[in-house]
Ligand binder design. Structure first.
Ligand SMILES: [Fe+2]
Ligand SMILES: [Fe+2]
Length: 402
């Protein structure tokens, strides 16, 4: 007997919901990146923010093929409430228990069953997309299940919040919206919105960077000292990722393409931190021994999102390029292939970050009603950086010293 299949119109409604839920995961994880103190969670969130953004992007591309150009139009109010409520987690356990163990788990099930729901012989492109989303989503959920078991004891009360978020999704008919609808549940408790994080969080026993002790060794005279110093600063690019997490969370009015780009930019900065982490460990240090430059995130958060983005992409990143080129040459000269390879990928990524900055800074200025030109905000932010950065390297770069 033929199975009941959904119509093309219903298919569009399902795909709109998948894309929206992926964006919800991206957004909540981005907002929470600075808020989780656990280093492993930060690193994994960074990757998953990008994977969720890219999943949403693929789903949106398929929606366009199905002639839907407004994928966030006419979504159910309960689903929109769920989108906003996810941000109200209070700690790492509540973020993971909801984003991964409720939403991503439900999406995984939906992706797995989609071929049986749609007309797979006619809707092959959708089937192909859901098939490509399954392995990443499986890995995300598997990580969350394993990791959650290691932190659940440290937090309490997350069960009620998880059950509430699950009940909200359930009440709206699940990820596809096709299940039976129920009245939306009430929040289990009164709670504050902790986003955006004004200060980035670290484990309480981790050392904090002291600007007065940050002395750059001379490349030529002390290549080993210089290398360790430099990769400690790479490790601290986690704060750049955290800054982008808050920027992304604070600019939801921006076009989807911007959000997709910022999510990638964010993951790139996590990757730069990871190249620092790998190198620092190879050179004999533990990650938790490296002082954390939390100050740069915290001082940047005194600025609005538009100014933070202009500062990062039109001042800090372009100013840093000459030093990267000099380091690559130096490491090639002394035949340190590992360091040279690491900086060559960093340099390549940075080209895109600067290009995105040129593309999106004018749009941010326009969207948020600034009457400055991109050049004016760049000059203002450079002056601000010289005054406010705790990192001497950034000051030297701003003064044009590689
Ligand atoms: Fe970077
Ligand atoms: Fe960058």
């Amino acid at each position: 007997m033929a199975q009941q299949r959904i119509s093309i119109e219903t298919n569009v409604e399902y795909l709109k919901r998948y894309a929206y839920l992926e964006r919800a995961c991206m957004r909540t994880l981005a907002g929470w990146l600075p808020g989780v103190p656990e280093w492993e969670a930060k690193n994994e969130f960074g990757l998953h923010i990008w994977e969720s953004a890219d999943a949403a992007d693929h789903l949106r591309a398929r929606l366009r093929e199905l002639r839907n150009y407004q994928p966030e139009r006419n979504l159910s109010p309960t689903l929109q409430r769920l989108f906003a409520e996810l941000d109200y987690a209070q700690n790492t356990a509540e973020v993971i228990a909801t984003v991964y163990l409720v939403i991503k788990k439900a999406l995984l099930e939906a992706y797995r069953t989609h071929p049986e729901v749609t007309w797979p012989d006619f809707d092959n492109p959708t089937v192909k997309i859901t098939e490509t989303l399954i392995p990443n989503t499986e890995k995300q959920v598997a990580w969350a299940e394993q990791y959650f078991s290691t932190i659940a004891d440290r937090y309490s009360g997350w069960e009620a919040w998880r059950d509430y978020i699950a009940a909200l999704l359930e009440a709206d008919g699940g990820p596809t919206g096709a299940g039976p609808k129920r009245a939306a549940p009430q929040r289990p408790d009164e709670r504050a919105l902790l986003l955006p994080w004004k200060e980035c969080q670290r484990m309480p026993d981790w050392p904090i960077f002291n600007p007065d002790e940050d002395i750059e060794p001379d490349r030529k005279a002390d290549p080993e000292g210089h290398r360790l110093w430099r990769f400690k600063h790479y490790l601290n690019e986690m704060t750049a990722a955290e800054t982008l997490g808050s920027i992304l969370w604070m600019t939801p009015e921006m076009p989807w393409e911007y959000q997709h780009n910022v999510a990638r930019h964010l993951w790139d900065e996590v990757r730069h931190s990871q190249l620092g982490q790998i190198r620092v460990q190879q050179l004999g240090l533990k990650i938790e021994e490296v002082p954390q430059v939390v100050q740069i995130y915290n001082v940047m958060m005194t600025l609005p999102a538009v100014e933070q983005y202009a500062l990062l992409t039109t001042v800090i990143e372009p100013n840093g390029m000459p030093e990267k080129r000099a380091n690559r040459e130096h490491w090639e000269d002394i035949e340190d292939d590992v360091s040279a390879a690491a900086v060559s990928y960093d340099w390549s990524d940075e080209n895109f970050h600067i290009r995105w900055g040129q593309k999106w800074t004018p749009v941010l200025l326009e969207t948020y009603g600034y009457d400055e030109t991109p050049e004016q905000i760049r000059d203002r932010m450079e002056a601000w950086l010289l005054e406010n950065t705790p990192v001497k390297m950034q000051k030297r770069h701003a003064q044009g010293i590689a």
